[in-house]
Design a protein around this ligand. Structure first.
Ligand code: PMP
Length: 285
């Protein structure tokens, strides 16, 4: 079965789906996106993901194209038409199509909307999680507003590629103070020697991960202690456990950071428990 995507009001086969060369997403990366997990055919944490999409749009002053209820219907329709049982749905909104000029296009230019969906191999993900992943650290070279989920991802792409070339799954980005901001496509967490969870507090230097937010509830339910603060590369190297969070990986244990083996080199107990229980706390709709 061929893939079907939604493009500006139509459901079309992927090979016929087209956007204009004057789409401002293509010209300027002038747009935002969201990725939502699909599990057993249902959207995970849709409400929170769409709320973050609205926030990103508002921060960039992109007009609202439709209600969130209408958008939710399109997401479900793309999932359904692609028969995605477990996977992800991707939403991209750009400032629309206009002659290439840096300032905003004329008032009334309609934002452009693309929605795609594809399956994820859950069993393969579980195998990766059972082993744990390696991460490397790299300077954070992104702009100063990465709390906005913009499609401008070149530094993230380069960081992820560097990680892959060094046999790692993710790159943890390091700010000028030697503190980790987040991963190239995930939030970063450590567990210290006392069993306390640490993740950076929210500011303009990280994306407010939805998985991160939901995990706070899982942590509370487990009676674990949590500190929201930036941590150094050195603290990460010495951590008892580490993991990353994102919509498509939930909680993914980290077992190596640069040349440092974390814990005993296997996924930690806390990370594993949080991964196991994550979906009990997420909203499926
Ligand atoms: N930070 C970055 C830079 C990301 O790209 C992502 C993935 N969207 C995250 C954090 C995690 O966010 P979420 O849990 O909402 O997927």
């Amino acid at each position: 079965m061929g893939r079907i995507v939604y493009v500006n009001g139509r459901y079309v086969p992927l090979e016929h789906a087209m956007v204009s060369v004057e789409d401002r997403g293509y010209q300027f990366a002038d747009g935002v996106y969201e990725v939502c997990e699909v599990r057993a055919g249902r959207l995970i944490d849709e409400r929170r993901h769409l709320a973050r999409l609205v926030r990103s749009l508002d921060e960039l002053r992109v007009a609202h194209l439709m209600s969130l209820a209408a958008l939710g219907i399109i997401l479900r329709e793309v999932v359904r038409r692609n028969r995605v049982h477990d996977g992800l749905v991707y939403v991209q909104v750009t400032r629309g199509v206009a002659r290439r000029d840096h300032p905003f296009p004329p008032a009334g230019t309609k934002p452009a909307l693309v929605v795609t969906a594809r399956p994820i191999d859950l069993a393969a993900n579980e195998r990766v999680a059972a082993e744990g992943v390696a991460v490397i650290t790299l300077p954070d070279e992104r702009w100063a507003r990465v709390d906005i989920k913009s499609i401008s991802l070149l530094p993230n792409v380069l960081a992820k590629q560097a990680a892959r070339e060094q046999g790692a799954r993710e790159a943890w980005l390091v700010d000028r103070d030697g503190k980790i901001t987040e991963g190239s496509s995930s939030n970063a967490w450590i567990v210290d020697r006392d069993g306390k969870l640490i993740t950076r507090s929210l500011d303009h230097a990280i994306l407010a991960g939805i998985t991160r937010a939901v995990l706070f509830n899982v942590i509370r339910a487990h009676g674990l202690s949590l500190e929201e603060r930036a941590f150094t590369v050195e603290e990460a190297h010495q951590a008892r456990e580490a993991f990353v969070t994102s919509a498509t990986q939930a909680v993914m244990p980290v077992v190596r950071i640069d040349d440092h083996v974390i814990g005993n080199g296997a996924p930690g107990l806390i990370a594993s428990a949080l991964r196991r229980d994550y979906h009990d706390h997420a909203e499926a709709t």
